[in-house]
Design a protein around this ligand. Sequence first.
Ligand SMILES: Cc1cc2nc3c(=O)[nH]c(=O)nc-3n(C[C@H](O)[C@H](O)[C@H](O)COP(=O)(O)OP(=O)(O)OC[C@H]3O[C@@H](n4cnc5c(N)ncnc54)[C@H](O)[C@@H]3O)c2cc1C
Length: 422
Amino acid sequence: MENSYDVVILGGGTSGCSCAYNCAKLNLKTLLVEKNNFLGGLMTAGLVIPVMKSSTSDLNCDYYNQLVALCKKYNAQITYKDKNDGWFNPELLKIILDEILSLPKLEILFETDILDVVKNNDSIQNVILSHKLLSLPIVAKYYVDATGDAKLSKLSDCSFLTDNDLTQQSTLRFIVGNVDTERFCKFISSVDLNEDITNTYRDESNTRNELHFTTASTWDENKKWALDKYLKKGVEDNLLIDRDRSYFQIFSVAAGAGQVAFNCPRIDCYKNNPFKYSLELINARKAIYRLFSFVKAQFAGFENAIITNIASQTGIREENRVKTKYVFTKDDIISPKKTANPVLNANYSIDVHSKDKNKSVLQKTGSYTLPIESLISSDISNLFVIGKILGADFYAHSALRVQKSCMSMGEAVAKYIASIEK
Ligand SMILES: Cc1cc2nc3c(=O)[nH]c(=O)nc-3n(C[C@H](O)[C@H](O)[C@H](O)COP(=O)(O)OP(=O)(O)OC[C@H]3O[C@@H](n4cnc5c(N)ncnc54)[C@H](O)[C@@H]3O)c2cc1C
């Protein structure tokens, strides 16, 4: 067959880009297939900024470090006062990802989806891709599912993990512009003195000298949320409904003067009911307009704000997890074991966004590793699964799903394939 590769990666998002970068650097002939007309997945289309600080060592962080270095050249990143260097500008990232992935061994297909998988016993023989009206048969030695929803695994008849009825709330993120951040920072700093929740930071690393901030409020009673009295007033004034109080988090955008990103509203992703899910998206956009009207009315600095972006990809935290050779569990996070082929070293918390009041979980952990077997399909010998579809139980997944860990998964799989091919 004409179009043949060492590795085909489906999905050019957080984990897929890292995998493609590392495969190409390791001299593997690689094809990266992305259904959007740009790369980045949740980082760009989902407006998920920032990358959480999670790794305790630099195991499989080459791609992440290169990405940060390139973002610095473009002035598209900031390093916050807690030394987290993963605050990116989502629009500039689209340009930067094109550049970082301009590698001789890598080809990228945009606006391309998968139509079918042809199997030979327990391995994938080839895949049929679909670009506009064209069907493209593609053959590879190894396939990587980085789609975020496990479409390649589904078409390959893989088993899925259905370990419990728990679900994470999803979020449709948005950004508003034209905010006077200097005035807003003065306002929140006077309202909320808890630095763990609300803090500001002036980035003096470049001539922009911007003031950045992060703040949050939820309806959970585990903490004293200083902003909640404003959200309650918003409900009294009919600007908000009570559910809008469930999770409210906003922060400034790197290289986005006057831009504020909203990690809300939360919605249900209704895994098995596309009709309800579609109605929920309409509800989410109504909620976005309510939240926008609320901040304009109640917060100093937002008087002239405008909505500039609504995520084109829904922020689905957890959806389909694939059964892998080793299913990583909450116990592996809490009582870490030594592993022969560690994918990452991380310490990000068990983090569940519950629909119900007072049921969300943010449980700190020590450092843990992940074995490569949690990224190898248990059913298909030449299929790897990376990013948020990895083989982990619900709680372990809630810790591993953060972006730096997803990037390490992509990198570890590339290195593993290169080692088999040696
Ligand atoms: C609301 C929300 C907030 C979060 N906040 C944070 C945070 O603050 N910090 C942090 O570190 N992590 C955060 N996370 C977690 C993190 O963003 C995700 O777990 C991670 O980005 C998942 O990466 P991925 O590669 O699995 O998926 P994605 O980044 O979604 O990539 C999947 C890619 O596959 C493409 N694709 C899908 N189907 C096909 C197909 N059939 N053919 C071709 N291409 C396809 C998509 O277009 C996309 O580009 C958050 C997640 C959510 C949802």
